[in-house]
Write a protein that binds this ligand. Structure first.
Ligand SMILES: *Cc1c(COP(=O)(O)O)cnc(C)c1O
Length: 378
């Protein structure tokens, strides 16, 4: 009797609007609670100045310190050597699609086409020269990462998208590349240790794993810049954003201070947990937990090729015989506090984005939800 009452009580508290939400948004997405707290405080009173972060000059010493620390956090967490510049720019990863080509493409560039973002990168590069699409997984709706392709050695660079946010596939190792390797790491940066030396350049929007929208990170080996003949507008030329003095780094124009501040706090949080190796371990645990349930549960199937499964975006659909239950599961999951699990329209079904800041408790809650749904419906 008491037990039954307990269950009823639990169900009631679970259905209130204030219940804990499990945030699986694909981006912008969940951020670490301490980063949000610190940002709220800084907006009120930045660096004990009595003035808020949004209301100070970016030339004040307190802000220059945040910029320098943010760069140092990137260098420490990813072991970025001195011959690489680290920049924080505006415009999103989408701006880098053309900036990469503007700065590096003389004649021909090679691209791996693994999804919509990769296709957009190809489209923009074509404004500046010839683009060879080395391999594509478009034939199977980008559900795998092509393998066994040949990288042309006469291309200026080879561009890859390491994590395909929409399709849940990922290049999980640092590939060997005979020419300059350029990677869009928007949605898996800081999720695992990266051998920076294998890349000529890495870039991405911050809003998947390292902060909010509004800031774009660019890591580039300095010696590859200034090798093209075309003239570039100042803002497009990476060299504009790399100053000899730290205060000039990414401060040619007004940087997106609020986004950089949140990134600074997010990286401090990553560091406090043990850095990217520790994040990688937790990320693998979270991904294993969810994929194991997808494979076990007879109502769901994963959409990505098993060997290419992303540890950041987990895509799944209803199994064929349960297709008509999709809306039911969506409603059931919503009732349980799951947010942002609707799959991208080009894949359908569901996508759980389990970035660094997504706690394993949320992944467990989703797994429990899938189990319960199976019990009730299968
Ligand atoms: C989100 C995303 C982008 C687009 O980033 P914006 O900052 O919105 O331009 C590009 N590439 C990948 C892999 C992404 O996940």
């Amino acid at each position: 009797m008491n037990f039954d009452l307990g269950i009823i009580f639990l169900l009631q508290t679970n259905s209130t609007v204030n219940m804990k939400k499990h945030n699986f948004n694909a981006g912008p997405c969940i951020l670490p609670e301490p980063a949000i707290e610190a940002t709220i405080n800084a907006i009120r009173n930045f660096d004990n100045t009595g003035i808020g972060l949004l209301e100070i000059s970016h030339r004040t010493p307190g802000w220059e310190r945040v910029m320098a620390e943010t760069e140092q956090l990137w260098r420490d967490l990813l072991n970025i050597p001195n011959e690489y510049a680290v920049m924080f720019l505006g415009g999103g990863a989408s701006t880098q699609f053309f900036a990469v080509a503007a700065n590096l493409l003389s004649k021909k560039a090679a691209y791996l086409e693994t999804g919509v973002w990769a296709k957009k990168a190809v489209k923009e590069a074509k404004f500046y020269g010839e683009v060879e699409v080395v391999a594509s997984s478009a034939d199977k709706n980008f559900s795998y990462v092509p393998k066994g392709y040949k990288i042309p050695t006469d291309a200026d660079y080879f561009h890859i998208t390491t994590n395909n946010t929409i399709y849940g596939t990922e290049i999980k190792t640092d590939i060997d590349c005979p020419i300059k390797l350029v990677a869009d790491m928007s949605s898996d940066i800081m999720s695992r240790p990266v051998d920076i030396k294998k890349y000529a350049m890495i870039y991405g929007g911050a809003q998947k794993n390292v902060g909010p929208a509004g800031v774009t990170f660019v890591i580039v080996r300095k010696d590859i810049l200034g090798k093209i003949e075309r003239k570039l507008p100042s803002m497009v030329d990476y060299r504009t954003h790399i100053g000899e003095e730290a205060k000039d780094n990414s401060m040619y124009n007004t940087p997106p201070v609020i986004s950089i501040f949140v990134m600074h706090e997010t990286l401090k949080w990553v560091k406090s947990l043990g850095g990217v190796a520790a994040m990688h371990k937790i990320n693998n645990q979270k991904a294993d937990l969810l994929y194991a349930e997808i494979d076990r549960n007879k109502m769901f199937v994963g959409t990505a090729a098993k060997e290419d499964r992303s540890i950041m975006n987990v895509c799944f659909v209803m199994a064929e015989q349960y297709k008509e239950k999709e809306a039911d599961f969506m409603a059931f999951a919503k009732e349980k506090g799951m947010v942002g699990i609707k799959g991208h329209r080009s894949v359908g079904g569901f996508r759980a984005s389990i970035y660094n800041a997504c706690p394993i408790e949320s992944v467990q809650a989703l797994v429990d939800c899938m189990k319960e749904f199976e019990k009730k419906n299968a």
